[in-house]
Write a protein that binds this ligand. Sequence first.
Ligand SMILES: [Zn+2]
Length: 180
Amino acid sequence: MDDFTRIKEQLVLTGENRLMIGPVAMILMPAWFFSGIMKRVVQEAGYDRAAKIYYEAGFDGAYRWGKVQIEAGLTGRQIMEQYLGAMTHRGWGRFEIIRFDDTAGSGLFRLYHSAVALENAPADRPACLWVPGALAGAMQVIMDHAERRTRVIAQERRCLAQAADCCEFVVEPAPAASCS
Ligand SMILES: [Zn+2]
């Protein structure tokens, strides 16, 4: 996984004040700002709709990030390791791959000290709304690059904000669409 020093070395502030990591424009922000936006979306849209919004945004973001890594020459598990390493060293918490199978499109992941969970605790539902979609998006770009047809989905099974020791996420193949 990428370490913190490597990420710092990659960061470049351009003459137009764009903060770049390679070809990707970044924004450095307080965790409370991201979490504050999330809380307001939950308040205004309701938990389920907010979860869908953050799932899809997380999915798209991770998928795009994965494509950049593919262009840099990474494949398969390397892409997931690079992505979770980068997120780990950007302040989201420490990700760990417990199980990873990019043939089946399944995996088990843990996130320790989730910044979003810490900002939202205590909560009665999982708080890391952006993460399941992000893990699904990262797995999906790996699957698509390998030309596997499986679609994957993800969910947070337990969350630090609900007094669990850490957050845990499952990625698995989506149920086949019904034709009825
Ligand atoms: Zn969580």
